[in-house]
Design a protein around this ligand. Structure first.
Ligand code: ADP
Length: 262
């Protein structure tokens, strides 16, 4: 099913979690970004269009301002994201530069999606960038995202962005191969669920465990993201961004994941 979903989709939103983007030391992994850029460039040559939702500002900030690691104060955390966002975009820029592809930064808050004029502006900007062959890279605007206006996790942001851009497919990359019947990090015998048609039904049959170090959303927000986009005809894939040449492998059917069918 996944190869068909990818083959049929022209407009794809890819979301990367911090765990996928960072290496073991908590630094943004340039080799990973390069490998994705290489595959994305090949996709674009075949006529596909791409939008990226990228976490990782805080992780990138921490490796730049390591003396702030213990600061828990909200303003320091926001400041850390402001520093890290530059590092993050620098890493993405270098990754795509080699292929002659420009990237653009879009920072959004929950409020932006509640305002029809802002929503229209965001939509028009997204369409313009993509039409011009530029890859928009979206993240939450942590500097202004106090609790009241926070989207809170990039799975939700990716879902909202996919709807806004009228995407055909949403791909959520994590550090696990997909949705399992129980947390694969705690249970080695957990079984991968390859296809989901009824999210509520599947939720009743699985257990959800703790998430890992950098992630904020966990598997629950991924399920909610899929549930949010499906009424708009957007199918969703959860896959392991850490697998070698994952995009090609998913498209070829040599790598499994979980497909939520719209
Ligand atoms: P990301 O940062 O990539 O968005 P998270 O770390 O927030 O991802 O969430 C994914 C994590 O959710 C996995 O690493 C896994 O340990 C955990 N998890 C808990 N229960 C499940 C489950 N039933 N199936 C898959 N993953 C699960």
């Amino acid at each position: 099913m996944i190869p068909k979903l990818i083959a049929d989709a022209r407009k794809i939103v890819f979301k990367f979690g911090s765990n996928t983007l960072a290496d073991k030391d908590g630094r943004i992994n340039p080799v990973f970004l390069e490998e994705f850029a290489d595959q994305a460039a090949a996709f674009i040559k075949t006529g596909k269009q791409i939008v990226i939702v990228s976490s990782g500002a805080q992780v990138a900030g921490l490796s730049t301002m390591d003396k702030w690691a213990r600061k828990r104060d909200l303003h320091y955390r926001q400041a850390l994201c402001a520093v890290g966002q530059v590092e993050l975009m620098g890493a993405w820029k270098r990754a795509f530069e080699k292929y002659g592809i420009h990237i653009a930064q879009i920072l959004l808050t929950g409020d932006d999606f509640n305002d029809s004029i802002r929503t229209l502006n965001m939509r028009n900007t997204l369409f313009t960038l993509v039409d011009e062959g530029i890859i928009p890279i979206i993240n939450e605007n942590d500097t202004v995202s106090v609790e009241e206006i926070k989207i809170g996790d990039n799975d939700t942001l990716a879902a909202q962005s996919a709807i806004l851009w009228s995407a055909d497919l949403l791909v959520l990359f994590s550090d696990i191969d997909g949705l399992y019947n129980k947390n694969p990090k705690e249970h080695p015998d957990a079984e991968l669920i390859c296809e989901v048609r009824d999210i509520e039904a599947v939720k009743k049959n699985i257990t959800i465990g703790n998430t890992n170090s950098f992630g904020t959303g966990g598997i629950v927000t991924k399920l909610e993201a899929a549930k949010r986009v499906i009424p708009y005809g957007i199918s969703t894939i959860i896959a392991n961004g850490g697998r070698p040449r994952v995009l090609e492998a998913l498209a070829a059917g040599t790598q499994s994941g979980t497909a939520f069918l719209a």
